[in-house]
Write a protein that binds this ligand. Sequence first.
Ligand SMILES: [Cu+2]
Length: 272
Amino acid sequence: MRFKAASYAVTFALLAFASAGPGPLGVGTLTGVVKLKGTPPNFSPQPVARDHAFCGKTQPQQALVISSAGAVRYALINLKGVASGELTPKRGVLDNRNCQFMPHLQTLPVGSTLVVKNSDPILHTTHGHLVEYLPSHGAVHPQGQGEGAAHHHGDEEVEDPHRRLKHQESLFNVALPFKAQELEVRLKKPGLIHLMCEAGHGWMSGYIHVSDTPYAGVTDQEGRFRLEGVPAGEHELTVWHEYLGLLVQKVKVLSGRETPVMLEYSPPSHAH
Ligand SMILES: [Cu+2]
C-alpha cells in the first residue's frame, strides 16, 4: 500500500513536470534591435531647482536616449498572447544616484522585491504610482521651444513633463535622507509604475514595469534586447517607449533557434 502511494506520487510529479514544460513545439530565443529613423529631436538639459551644490545647474534628460547609430535605449519589450511561463521573482535595485533614477527603466516579474537605494549625500523621496499604459506620454520638450511654447501632441498641449501621465494608485513613497540607505518595497501588482522624486527634484523621472509574464525586457544602449525560453509560434511583440510611443509587430519564434527582429520608430510627428 505504501509502495503504491509512492508510485502515484511519482506519476503525479511527472505529469506536473510535463505540463509545466515547453510543450510539443519547444522554445526559442527572440533577439532584436530598436531604432529611430532619421534625426532625433534635440532636448535641452533639465534645469535643477534645488540641491545645486550636489546636483549641478542642469541634469541630462533620460526620456529619449538615442545612440549615434539611432539605437533607442530604455524601450520596453513585451510579448503578448503567450501562455505565461514560470515567473521567478527577483531582487531589483533602484538607485538614486547623481540626482537621477538608475536605471531609468527596468522590468521585474510580479512578486519581486525592489531595493530602493540612495547613493547621494542628499535627501531623495521616491514616489511610485501605477500609470495608464498610454501610447506616448510626450514627456519632454524638444530644444528651441520656449517656455510658453507648448508643442502639440494630438489635441493636447504638453507643458509639464508629468502632465500627460495618468497617475492611478500610489504604490509607495519612501524618504531616503542618508547616503547608502536602503529600503525594500514589494511589487505586488503587474503594470507600469512611474517614479518621481518628491524632494523637490522635478527633473527626476523613471519607470518600473512589473511583468506578469517572463517575456519582457528593456533595450540597452545599443537598442538591443534578448528574450529566452519563448514558446515557439507566432506572437505579438509590443515595444513601448515613453516618448516615441508604441510599436506592435508580429513575430514568429522557431524552436531551438534565435529569431532576430528589427523594430524601427518613425520620427515623432510633433518633432518634425
Ligand atoms: Cu531626488
